[in-house]
Design a binder for this molecule. Sequence first.
Ligand code: UD1
Ligand code: MG
Length: 433
Amino acid sequence: MQTLAGIILCAGKGSRMGADCPKILYKIAGKSLYSWSLDSAIALKAHPIILTLGHQYKLIKKDLDNNYRNRKNQINITIQKNQLGTGHAVGVALKALANFDGTILILYGDTPLLKIETLKSLINLHRKLNSDISMLTSHVSNPTGYGRILRHGSITSIVEEFHATSEQKLIREVNSGVYLFNSSFLKKNIHKLKVNASNEIYLTDLINLTSKPVESIIVSENEILGVNNLIQLSNVEKILCKRINEYWMLNGVHIVDPETTYIDFKVQISKGAVLEPGVVLIGSCKILPEAIIKSYSILEDVTIGENSHIGPFANIRPKTIIGSKCKIGNFVELKESNVQKRTKINHLSYVGNSSIGKFCNIGAGSITCNYDSYHKYDTRIGNEVFVGSNTTLIAPLCVHSGSYIAAGSTINNDIPKKTFAIGRSFQQNKQIK
Ligand code: UD1
Ligand code: MG
């Protein structure tokens, strides 16, 4: 079996992003920019995978520690102190591949739209031709900034914008920056690259050092889009979101208006679920069959049971689990709560750190007071409990099954089973003179 290693170049400063945060830590569709490339390399079973880091590498290391803890054996880091160009960056990464023999895949940490199938086709081509170098190229509408591909049938050279003649600048086939190298060719030749007129070491100059033909797979312009500023970040995210939405629509999820629906990559949605316009699903949400998420509802890291209706304008925050056939209505906020089947919280409520049994009704405007500015406290509500409108439930509190709370009550003592509780001052009517 032939082996594959990965190098992901991430040392660039990303200065055009205009902020201190390292470019590759910006999130799109719920995942850091660099993770899209890294996860592709993982999916291709590349081992090891070397990340070449530079600018603010400690922050990126921390992100890796948090998100790839179980892949410590597979992922290595090399630090490129001074960014002297892509050739130099790969030279630094190769130090971690001294014992590796096989095919080396090179990706950038800022091109998240590459498809796994494309990379698989490139690997097949490379191995079939037994090449030293294979690459992805693209015909783009505006080639400015890209290295232009020079061909004589096969690729003979790549000329960078800075060095291109006005005639070469018109070439629209460009270098994506994705390559496969035969490891022995790469190791033997990387140190032959020289610092050039623009004071950099170009990886692309390796094409001049192979005696074998260099072939490419030509991909759509979209796939090679990189992120250098916040406008490109949002463009790339739009394309990724469209892909994610189309995936779910092809899997039986009715997305009424995909243009305004945002779904993170980790979200799972069952067939028959409906997402109305303006729905945002963040993190690892799980939406079960026939659930309807109505317009402008935001859900993060939550589970929504079968046939439940959420929103419009609901805010369902992390660690909330809603059972089947529940109704969570407009302007309801739930946080770290468990709501069992057929319970209704239909209007203007805040429910935090709570468990609510089945067949309950939480009246309009009712809230749990779960925080005393030091600690959070739990509210436990049994089955078939009726909470009248505008009830204030002061936690810690336990309302046992079958109880009934009068509207407008403030409740700060536990309520036993099947009990009517009223906690408000009584109305007085006085004659006006
Ligand atoms: C490079 C290619 C160009 C190609 C373009 C595609 C070279 C010489 N040119 O352009 O042909 O069309 O990519 O986007 O390779 N990086 C490092 N260390 C460095 C320099 C870069 O890690 O010293 C990383 C960057 O973080 C980035 C990637 O390499 O992820 C590409 O760097 P960038 O400066 O954008 O590439 P260009 O040289 O403009
Ligand atoms: Mg670039």
